[in-house]
Structures are given as C-alpha cells and as structure tokens.
Design a protein around this ligand. Structure first.
Ligand SMILES: [Mn+2]
Length: 349
C-alpha cells in the first residue's frame, strides 16, 4: 500500500523558513514549491527545475509536487494568443515530468487567486491570522479604479490590473468553463503521457468577487470538472479551508466522494471559522478552534486509502514569528504534527 505523503510549502530562497527546519518536523516527506522567477506563460526550463529539486534533496526532503504552475490570463479569457501559452504549458508539464514531478497544482481563478481583507488580524491570544470580512471588502472595493487588496499590492501595475478587470467585464461563468474545457482537452493528454496528475485548486473563497466569474466552488463544479476529460490525470487539490468557508460545502462528503473515485491528488488541510454574513477567519488546525471537523475529514481520507500528498495549509503567526502571512514555520509545523497524529491513529495496522 502506498502511503499519504506530508509536504510543506516553501517559497524558494526568499522564504524566511529554512529547508533544514522543515526537515526537522517529524514525519515531513517533502516540499511543495514552484519556480517563482519565471514570467507567467513561459516554459519552465528543465535545468531550473532540476536545480530546485537538488536544493531540496540536499536538505533531506523530496520534491514531487508543484504548487502552482500558473495559467496565463489569456487562456482563461479565451484570447487567440492562448494556443501559444497552452503549448508552453504542455512543455512545462513535459519538463516537470523529466525532473520526476508527479503532481501539478493549478487554479483557474481570474486575476486574484485568493482573497482576504486583512492578513494580520490579531486574535485574543495574541496570534495573528488571515481574515475575510465583508465590511472590509466593501471599503477595499469602493473605488474599483484603485483596487488594492492585501497581498496583491505588488503583483500588478495599476493600469495592467485595470485592463485585466475590463477584459473580464462581459465574461460569464460559462465563458470561463469553455476556456477551462479548451485548456484541459489540450493539456490532460500530455499529462497522461508523462504520468503527471493535474490537480485543480478550488476558488478561494468559493464565490464570485468584484463581478469576476468563478467556477470551482462546490460539489457540482467538481463533478463538472472531472467530466470534461475522463482521466486519472484530471483531478483535484481538495482544499478544506477554501471549500469549507462556504457552510453549504460538506468537506467530509466531498473527500469521501472524490476520494473513492481516486480524483484527489493533493489535500490541503486548513481549518476555518465561519462567522455571520459570509465572513470567516483562518484558525489553527485543531478542530475545536474553527468550524471544520478535521479528524472527520482525515477519517474520510483514510477510509479512501488516500495515497496522495497532503500539506498543512496556512497557519497563524504565533510565538512572535515574523514572515510571510499564512506561511510561518511554527503554526504550520503544529498543524502537520496534529494531522500526522490523527492519521497514525486511523491508519496504523
Ligand atoms: Mn489551499
């Protein structure tokens, strides 16, 4: 029986968390990372992928999974230029396979691939976390010409962002589905050939923002996604925190259903505290601190003999740690240990 592999997200040499510290977390199998200096849409060069893998292996960890290979906006918009970008994406898949990569996480969210309204909300215990408050969102989006979202302020030039938002103005959810379908029909056969599993990340949060179309948000959309191309290579990153901040999504049910079908290649484990009015706060992994039944979710994975990759998703900032919001060492390490402890209890022969 192959076993679940626990991995930790690492952002490369700029990441304040050293690889050797990650390797000291008990039970840590590997790293999930990406090449962060390649412009979106370009082919990832094999030598750079190999170098990243070497760096990680020298620290005693594996690199078998990538998060993410970003999808160029022209592909999502269905522009004629998409064919070149898709061809580049196919070459990136081939290069990643040559370096021994097994799973590629990606998403299909227009413009912003995650949205929070504050990244350092102080909790009563002195830790800080990422939150989504609709009252803050309204303030942030009052002036659509000056949209400045926490975490996105340096990703786009103002005019570039404006042009992009305009390009999506008349795009519907069905248009985005058509673009996703076109993309999958082109890349899944290549992924199959290379024995790579594609794993789409759900929208975060799983509803539309700023009138942008958003389509990967619930059970029906996951059903529709896997029906576009029937292949083991066309699968999911099941993010408990992204799907779980919509109380209508039953994460345990989703894991059971798509786990049985062998469609979940990557499990993101994160707890979230759902508040009124669709507000939410990211909480510690421990079930009682949020709204999700984390051991129930792990039980569903264990029952489906899950043998893919799992990572503790975001963590709070605790013990005075400074760093990348959501991606400190301490709280994610606690999360990994908590998850591995429950996993052992469910799976030990
Ligand atoms: Mn996630």
């Amino acid at each position: 029986m192959t076993e679940m592999k626990m991995v930790f997200r690492w952002f490369g040499h700029d990441d304040p968390v050293p690889l050797k510290y990650i390797n000291q977390i008990p039970g840590m199998y590997g790293i999930v990372s990406a090449l962060y200096d390649i412009p979106v849409g370009d082919v990832w060069p094999l030598d750079k992928i190999t170098k990243l893998k070497q760096t990680i292996e020298e620290a005693g960890l594996h690199l078998e999974i990538i998060e993410s290979v970003p999808v160029h906006e022209d592909i999502k918009l269905g522009h004629p230029t998409r064919d070149q970008y898709i061809s580049n994406y196919q070459d990136t898949i081939r290069n990643l396979a040559k370096a021994g990569i097994k799973v590629i996480c990606y998403n299909f969210m227009p413009v912003f691939d995650w949205t929070r309204t504050q990244l350092d909300k102080q909790l009563p215990d002195g830790s800080s976390t990422l939150v989504f408050y609709n009252e803050q969102l309204e303030k942030l989006s009052q002036d659509k010409n000056n949209l400045a979202l926490p975490g996105w302020d340096t990703s786009y030039q103002k005019q570039e962002l404006q042009a992009l938002l305009e390009a999506y103005q008349d795009k519907t959810d069905e248009d985005l589905w058509a673009s996703l379908s076109y993309f999958l029909k082109a890349i899944i056969p290549v992924a199959e050939e290379c024995d790579i599993k594609m794993a789409i990340h759900p929208d975060d949060p799983p509803w539309s923002l700023f009138d942008l179309p958003r389509i990967i948000k619930n059970e029906q959309s996951l059903d529709r996604l896997i029906s576009i191309v029937d292949s083991d290579s066309n699968g999911l990153t099941l993010c408990s925190g992204s799907l779980g901040c919509d109380a209508n999504n039953d994460v345990i049910k989703l894991v059971k259903k798509f786990g049985q079908k062998n469609k979940i290649h990557f499990a993101h484990m994160r707890n979230v505290k759902i508040l009124d009015n669709r507000d939410f706060e990211e909480s510690a992994h421990y079930s009682a601190t949020g709204s999700l039944d984390m051991s129930g979710i792990l039980k569903a994975y264990a029952d489906s003999n899950f043998s893919g990759y799992m990572r503790p998703d975001h963590g709070r900032m605790i013990w005075g740690e400074q760093g990348r919001a959501g991606y400190g060492l301490y709280d994610r390490a606690l999360g990994a240990s908590y998850l591995l402890g429950i996993w052992e209890a469910f799976t030990k022969e």
